[in-house]
Design a binder for this molecule. Structure first.
Ligand code: NOJ
Ligand code: CA
Length: 534
């Protein structure tokens, strides 16, 4: 399906968190050379593309998502020459390289902010979102930061507040200022000219804010869940600080830059109001695609959650080819979230199989191919500002950011010869890549097999998806493309289950766990599944 430019539709994109991938100089921090060293691991998985989380100069208050220079490489990560080599080596292996762009905000240390804060009439004074205090000195409006507290901080030089949707050290750029937009678009061109194949756009729903600074309304009582109560910012509807219809305009500006080049991809991270996805992505003018937190925040692993994503959110969006993702650097690892505690390989294999069987461009996070569980860190090891704020009630995001275990027997797990910036627990070391590589039954071997399966079947790669009625823990859907139709049936539960093959079924293309054909039914053991010709 599609043209060469649409290579990304149904592709498998492997996300690397550079700080935790591979350290080559013993400082305990991953670097670009380390990524280059491990490219064969990624290519061996069958990934079509790599998404690199930020590697730009940063004070690392938010570990790279606070950029102080958009057009350079952080010294601890390497140099621009290392980056250029990485592009070449990635391409040599037939993979694309996508980089993260954090354009909604900068670090407070970015030169733009340093200049902007100096006065209300300098050349960059309007590059950020500045506002006077209310008469009583309090913040300009009720907007709350995603990490808690007001989304405003006082600047003693300008004697004004500035807006930050995240940390106070991440001031929000003012996308109502055309110079800011131009500067950001030139950042994109800088990397496109270096040969990158596209971008993952951080909080792409938050480029534009309401210039009148209207208060956000409260979230209606009936929509307040446990999650909402655990995070005060979730008590308000973020419709004026972000997620505005006007944000579509910014998405179009990005896409226009992408169209200056061949075969590039821009996908966005869309948090908070996922119903805006269709306005921001899809078609030929907005971003190519994007992901929401639908699966990322799910702790239930219940079949209806899968159906809802496609039938409620995506079905009306005819021109959007979606992303599908269970894991990233912000989210408790899926094995743990879905009930596998400190490790459950059967669950890890099942989740991976469902991931590649679903419709979408797959975003897979480093370690997911090893079935890594979330790491439970001690207070003294916490680095993430979110954990710092709320430990032990909310432990932050370090538990999914610990370094990759490459070698089970090595002190630093083959990640580092020094002290890793976050600890690597024994229950990760036993799942190291070297152990799994030699084991036909490992999660890694399984991951390679099913990624290859997806590639061999157009129906899995980009076919339409249709859900079938099921009971209990059984999930069933068909995928169909280019005259091929497949039936995918999974038992998400730990108990055995049955699924009646009402419309019959052909040969089994793939089976996971204990699956038996009993006449016109499938008997499915715990955490099992099958893909059949339909
Ligand atoms: C989303 C990123 O994925 C997350 O890691 C970061 O903290 C925020 N955006 C702010 O940039
Ligand atoms: Ca290093």
């Amino acid at each position: 399906m599609g043209s060469k430019a649409e290579w990304w539709k149904g592709a498998v994109v492997y996300q690397i968190y550079p700080r935790s991938f591979r350290d080559t100089n013993g400082d305990g921090i991953g670097d670009l050379k380390g990524i280059e060293e491990k490219l064969d691991h990624v290519a061996g998985l069958g990934a079509d593309a790599i998404w690199l989380s930020p590697f730009y100069p940063s004070p690392n208050k938010d570990f790279g998502y606070d950029v102080s220079d958009y057009c350079d490489v952080a010294p601890e990560m390497g140099t621009l020459a290392d980056f250029d080599r990485l592009v070449k080596e990635t391409h040599k292996r037939g993979m694309k390289l996508i980089v993260d762009q954090v354009l909604a905000h900068t670090s407070e240390q970015h030169q733009w902010f340093q200049e902007s804060q100096l006065s209300a009439d300098n050349a960059k004074s309007d590059w950020y979102v500045w506002a006077d205090a209310k008469e009583d000195g309090t913040v300009p409006n009720n907007w709350l930061s995603a990490f808690g507290g007001p989304a405003w901080s006082w600047n003693p030089v300008r004697r004004q507040y500035y807006h930050h949707k995240f940390l106070k050290s991440q001031p929000k750029l003012n996308f109502h200022n055309e110079e800011v937009v131009d500067a950001c678009m030139n950042v994109l061109r800088f990397w496109l000219d270096r040969g990158v194949d596209g971008f993952r756009l951080d909080v792409a729903n938050a480029y534009l804010h309401d210039a009148r600074l209207t208060d956000n309304p409260p979230l209606p009582m009936e929509k307040r869940t446990f999650m909402d109560w655990a995070h005060a910012p979730r008590l308000q509807q973020h419709i004026h600080d972000a997620n505005m219809p006007e944000n579509e305009w910014a998405m179009k500006r990005v896409r226009a830059v992408m169209e200056e080049y061949d075969e590039r991809l821009a996908f966005g991270e869309f948090s908070e109001r996922q119903e805006m996805l269709g306005l921001y992505a899809g078609g030929l003018e907005r971003l190519h695609t994007g992901y929401t937190f639908h699966f990322l925040e799910d702790w239930s692993f219940e079949p209806p959650v899968f159906r809802e994503y496609y039938e409620d959110l995506l079905a009306p969006l005819a021109d959007l080819f979606p992303c599908v993702t269970f894991s990233n650097h912000d989210i408790v690892r899926p094995v743990t979230r879905w009930g596998g505690g400190q490790g459950d390989d059967a669950l890890a294999k099942l989740a991976l199989t469902i991931l590649v069987a679903l419709k979408g461009t797959v975003l897979m996070y480093q370690g997911e191919e090893l079935g890594l569980p979330e790491v439970d860190l001690d207070r003294k090891d916490i680095k993430d500002p979110v954990g710092d704020l709320y430990f032990p009630w909310v432990k932050g995001r370090d538990g999914c950011r610990t370094p990759m275990p490459w070698e089970s027997g090595a002190e630093g797990a083959g990640f580092t010869t020094g002290t890793p910036w976050l600890p690597i627990p024994d229950y990760h070391k036993v799942r190291a890549a070297d152990v799994q590589a030699g084991d036909m039954n490992s999660v890694l071997a399984h991951a390679r097999q099913i990624v290859a399966l997806r590639k061999a079947h157009p129906a899995l790669k980009f076919g339409d998806i249709r859900f079938l009625d099921t009971e209990g823990k059984v999930l069933a859907f068909t995928r169909e493309a280019e005259g091929e139709k497949l039936l995918c049936v999974f038992n998400l539960g730990a108990e055995a289950a049955r699924y009646a093959l009402l419309d019959g079924a052909g040969e089994t293309v793939f089976a996971l766990g204990e699956v038996k054909r009993e006449g016109e039914a499938l008997s499915l053991g715990s955490r099992s599944g099958a893909i059949l010709k339909a």
